[in-house]
Design a protein around this ligand. Structure first.
Ligand code: KIV
Length: 269
């Protein structure tokens, strides 16, 4: 029986990789969901900027603000006694200048209580990432399909399929490791490339749509719980059908209200 109240720390990620233990990570954006994930023994929770899509109904992650992320991250951090919690730095919060990036990173750490931040990009942002790490903040990198660059990429397709982009990604992984990142997410890239990346560095590589030969996996919580039947990319495995469970529960509740069978005597004062 694992000791679930022991908090996962940044040191644990490296030792998990060293002993071949895979890291399980999911996104969450609210207290109750994070609390369930934490008590289920999940290693790591990401307060992803996918909150822009999942919580706010946007079609990409560009609109979400630092203030929005702080509200979600604070709620998740409060729930977690065991899981390590990363929060995404949203679009615009680290691109303007290094000073601005460090100020936003410090604000996000102070206001939320999360354990580290995730930042998209390689060579272009490695200096900024170094400054944030130097301030004492654990950082998770993110390469491959970096959704904040969706407009530059022209869509959400698989990245690094050609040699030039694949070589750049391998260089970026090394740069982020040398900068001191404690984990790196690789999103939607060929499995063989992700496996090569994971084999060449000590820092754990967490995949999403990057095959099995990496050091851990991350999915959006709502995707793996089957909440949106209209969104089913190939890399998502659904472990529940909460869309149907919730739909049936709401239908039953409505019928009970209209049929005057809720509340009954034992549910009344
Ligand atoms: O924002 C997010 O949910 C993410 C994961 C998909 C890795 O960055």
């Amino acid at each position: 029986m694992p000791d679930l109240v022991k908090k996962v720390t940044s040191k644990d990620f490296i030792s998990m990789k060293a002993r071949g233990e895979k890291i399980a990570m999911l996104t969450a954006y609210d207290y109750l969901t994070a609390s369930i994930f934490d008590k289920a023994g999940l290693d790591c929770i990401l307060v992803g900027d996918s909150a822009s899509n999942v919580m706010q109904g946007n079609t990409n992650t560009i609109p979400i603000s630092v203030d929005d992320m702080i509200v979600y991250a604070r709620s998740v951090a409060r729930a977690c006694q065991h899981s390590f919690v990363f929060c995404d730095m949203p679009f615009g919060s680290y691109q303007i200048s290094k000073a601005d990036a460090v100020a936003n990173a410090v604000l996000m750490m102070k206001e939320t209580g999360v354990d580290g931040l995730k930042i998209e990009g390689g060579e272009e942002y490695v200096d900024t990432i170094e400054c944030i790490i130097r301030a004492g903040i654990p950082v998770c990198g993110h390469l491959g399909l970096t959704p904040q660059s969706v407009k530059a990429f022209g869509g959400f397709g698989v990245r690094a399929k050609d040699d030039a982009e694949a070589e750049k990604l391998l260089r970026d992984v090394k740069l982020l490791e040398n900068a001191g990142c404690i984990a790196i997410v690789l999103e939607k890239i060929p499995s063989a490339l992700a496996a090569r990346a994971a084999a060449t560095v000590k820092v754990p590589i967490i995949g999403i749509g990057a095959g099995v030969d990496v050091d851990g996996q991350v999915l959006v919580g709502q995707d793996m719980l089957g909440m949106d039947p209209t969104f089913h990319p190939k890399f998502v495995r659904t472990y529940a059908n909460l869309h149907n469970v919730i739909t049936e529960a709401v239908k039953s509740y409505s019928a009970d209200v209209k049929g005057k069978t809720f509340p009954n005597e034992s549910e009344s004062y």
